[in-house]
Write a protein that binds this ligand. Structure first.
Ligand SMILES: [Zn+2]
Length: 593
């Protein structure tokens, strides 16, 4: 009806996409927005919606939720003709193969890309395509070159025992050294500095003698007396010695110190592979196996441990605080006191058993105000999920709040919760509110689901390919790395199960005209909540609790029985959701358990 040349403005429907990676030099989202609004007004575009990704790198496309949502909207019955961005590389830093994967569906749907800095980008025209690809490859190559150059500089630094941008361990300061080896500037913890090209940074003992003394005291006390890590932390805290970050001391940070070879004057580096494109192992830059790289939700690659022989180790790189004999004695004692696999208990409840804990994030210890986290309790060969005070777990019995071993089984908690919910929710007034809230939720979920399911299906397809690939590798792998491949394969399969589950859940169970039937079903479920919960998907149960409950505070008593301190449960309060949007209006604060 109208086009961008016409005199009537705001006639072509468009959406805008904003992105900023973590780099501080980039234009802020607000600046991008301002420029796009101005551009749209000038060229006659009406912006229907904004999509954005903040703090995510342009080459981590699968982590860019905003971009994926935009792509979905463009490919499934779009209501716009143009995507507006500030600059082409806001849209994505793809190589040309990946660019095709994302752009082809857009072109097929008749959606154009237009950037404030370069104007319309023409994918239909030969010159336009070549220009676009050249710029894309250039930008992609830039990231890779940057990564390789950074690694190269870091290796030569590390081989000489110089710092590669990391902070100094507690008890040391950083020292800027010029070309001729003269110490130029001391950088204390928390200070920032910049240095001329060619100057290096190394470690020197802190000019605060108390810190140096604390390091020596920790190593000597641990090696020569029967003192555990927690007790070391307690002693320092009771003496009022500030911890490495200014707060209290914790067993975990003391352990990391006692294992840090830097205190013997030996510099170690490249203990982990963490780059996206390249990694350093045994002083060599290696291209990273793309299949090994997994990304965090913000698009940063997860680090992988390097084997010991691949570390870069520079002996006598700086002044030692601890002699090697003492350090070795401490290592021997750490080994001796090690119980089971390090970190195994923690990992088991964070990763693999994440589904077991239905009330994660909702349960609080009333004494210290901290969250109680999920933990496993084993009795008679069965394991039961329970919640324990995180202050006690982190700092032991000498913690500043005086928390004891506070813990409560999930089963008991859920039973009480369900009873309370039934009593509170199943009044007529609340039932009506519940119906309204549910209707809103179901409608919202439907709009998300229709686009989300396609994205899930795509991810699943991709994952299936990866699993085939990994399975193939498994057959060919030399025996010494079979374990590693097997582990990866299991992880991939677990991820697939998870996706399949999500996909199953994302299907609307009833056609949309039956929304009332669905609501009735949910209300019916409330009556049978307890038995339904034991059959339902854990993720669904968690959703239900989160919808209804805002927090649960638990109080415990402390009883001395001989040498033993016991902490029986005394009472608790359930706080139901009271946001304006919620089911219960403003009633029900602190219903007692
Ligand atoms: Zn506590």
């Amino acid at each position: 009806m109208a086009d961008s040349q016409s005199n009537r403005p705001h006639t072509v429907p468009a959406v805008a996409y904003l992105r900023r990676s973590t780099s501080r030099q980039e234009k802020s989202l607000d600046d991008q927005r301002t420029e796009i609004v101005r551009y749209a007004a000038l060229h006659g575009y009406r912006i229907l919606r904004w999509y954005q990704d903040d703090g995510i790198s342009g080459d981590a496309t699968e982590c860019r939720d905003g971009f994926l949502a935009l792509h979905q909207a463009a490919c499934n019955g779009r209501d716009f003709d143009v995507v507006l961005v500030w600059d082409q590389d806001r849209f994505g830093r793809f190589d040309s193969m990946e660019a095709g994967y994302w752009i082809h569906p857009l072109r097929k749907a008749g959606v154009r890309l237009e950037s404030v800095t370069e104007g319309p980008i023409n994918w239909d025209d030969f010159t336009g395509r070549v220009m676009y690809s050249l710029k894309q490859e250039g930008k992609y190559q830039f990231l890779r070159d940057l990564s390789r150059n950074t690694s190269r500089g870091q290796i030569s630094n590390a081989l000489e025992g110089r710092l590669c941008g990391q902070a100094a361990p507690y008890g040391y300061d950083r020292m800027v050294v010029d070309e001729s080896g003269v110490h130029r500037q001391r950088i204390r913890a928390g200070e920032k500095s910049s240095k001329p090209r060619g100057w290096r940074t190394t470690l020197v003992p802190s000019d605060d003698p108390a810190k140096v003394a604390t390091v020596k005291w920790l190593f000597e006390t641990y090696a020569d007396t029967d003192t555990g890590l927690r007790s070391l932390a307690d002693q320092l805290n009771s003496r009022g010695v500030p911890g490495p970050t200014g707060g209290p001391w914790y067993a975990a940070s003391i352990k990391a110190m006692l294992e840090n070879q830097n205190y013997t004057g030996t510099f170690t580096w490249a203990k982990r592979r963490e780059g996206k494109y390249f990694s350093v192992a045994a002083g060599q830059i290696r291209e990273r196996d793309r299949r090994e790289v997994t990304l965090s939700p913000s698009g940063k690659p997860h680090a992988v441990d390097n084997p010991r022989e691949a570390w870069i180790v520079a002996e006598n790189a700086h002044e030692a605080l601890i002699d090697k004999a003492l350090f070795e004695r401490v290592q021997a004692k750490i080994q001796e006191r090690r119980r089971g696999k390090p970190g195994a208990a923690y990992r088991s409840h964070t990763r693999r058993n994440a589904d077991r804990y239905l009330l994660s994030g909702l349960v609080y210890c009333a004494r210290c105000g901290c969250k109680m986290h999920g933990a496993n309790s084993v009795a008679k060969g069965h394991s039961y999920p329970k919640y324990v005070c995180s202050t006690y777990c982190r700092s032991g019995k000498h913690n500043p709040h005086g928390c004891g071993c506070h813990g409560m089984h999930q089963g008991q908690l859920v039973d009480v919760l369900v009873r309370k919910l039934q009593e509170t929710v199943l009044t007529t007034a609340n039932l009506n509110r519940l119906r309204q809230a549910l209707r809103k939720q179901i409608e919202r979920r439907r709009t998300i689901n229709s686009s989300g399911a396609d994205a899930l299906r795509r991810q699943l397809k991709h994952l299936n390919r990866e699993i085939d690939h990994a399975a193939e590798n498994f057959l060919r792998a030399p025996s010494e790395i079979l374990d590693v491949v097997a582990e990866k394969l299991t992880a991939l399969k677990r991820r697939r199960e998870h996706l399949q589950k999500e996909l199953r859940m994302s299907h609307p169970k009833f056609p949309s005209k039956d929304i009332n039937a669905e609501i009735d079903a949910v209300v019916g479920h409330l009556w049978r909540l307890r038995e339904d919960l034991s059959n339902a998907e854990p993720a669904r149960c968690r959703e239900v609790f989160r919808l209804l409950v805002s927090r649960i505070d638990l109080h415990f008593d402390k009883v001395q029985r001989g040498k033993r301190t016991e902490c029986p449960f005394r009472s608790g309060e359930i706080y139901l959701q009271t946001s304006p949007d919620s089911i219960f209006g403003s009633v029900n604060r602190g219903d007692r358990i």
